[in-house]
Write a protein that binds this ligand. Structure first.
Ligand SMILES: C[S@@+](CC[C@H](N)C(=O)[O-])C[C@H]1O[C@@H](n2cnc3c(N)ncnc32)[C@H](O)[C@@H]1O
Length: 164
């Protein structure tokens, strides 16, 4: 098994175990997946392993900017951080919890319309180059960040709009 796959499996187990006694949280996640407006498979909640491990490393006083967050279910791992702000261009219903807010818009538009609060930490994980070069935009705007996309074509820009 790939090590990243194993990390996601571990994080999925931790999430379901953590919310097993909360009917509202379980129902919320099931509804989001049914609604399925995010660009991920219905039986897959996101690349949760990355978020789980980052949540252990990023200090709790940081505001988390999750650029391209899909449903934002990973906000649950940041429930003890100062704030979680998710942005996704496709998602119309997001995971809701007290310290989280989410926006349906492109990353570029979000940054044009909202200032960046600090102390911050931005995450841009597995976000393709739809509409804009999202990785570059995140790198150009945030000082503290984690950006990852699997290496693709010759130009390194995998996940471009025309590849859809
Ligand atoms: C494969 S999912 C990854 C979700 C999450 N970051 C994770 O790691 O599980 C990619 C997400 O990026 C979003 N996305 C792509 N281009 C975007 C853009 N320009 N602005 C905002 N979101 C974007 C898609 O709608 C999709 O939900």
């Amino acid at each position: 098994m790939d090590n990243d796959h194993e990390a996601h499996e571990i994080a999925h187990t931790i999430l379901w175990d953590g919310i097993k006694d909360s009917l509202p949280l379980k129902t919320q996640i099931e509804k989001l997946v049914e609604d399925n407006s995010a660009d991920i498979e219905p039986d897959f909640l996101g690349f949760l392993g990355t978020y789980y491990y980052l949540s252990h490393i990023i200090p709790h006083d940081r505001i988390i900017y999750d650029m391209g967050c899909a449903y934002g279910i990973q906000a649950w791992f940041f429930r003890n951080h100062k704030k979680y702000i998710g942005v996704d261009v496709l998602t119309t219903s997001f995971f809701i919890q007290p310290n989280a807010e989410c926006h349906t818009m492109t990353i570029k538009d979000f940054l044009a319309q909202h200032g960046i609060e600090s102390p911050h930490f931005a995450i841009c994980n597995y976000v393709p180059h739809w509409y804009d070069d999202n990785e570059k935009i995140v790198r150009d705007n945030f000082r503290h960040l984690f950006v990852f996309y699997p290496e693709g074509g010759d130009d390194g820009l995998s996940g471009k709009m025309e590849e859809l």
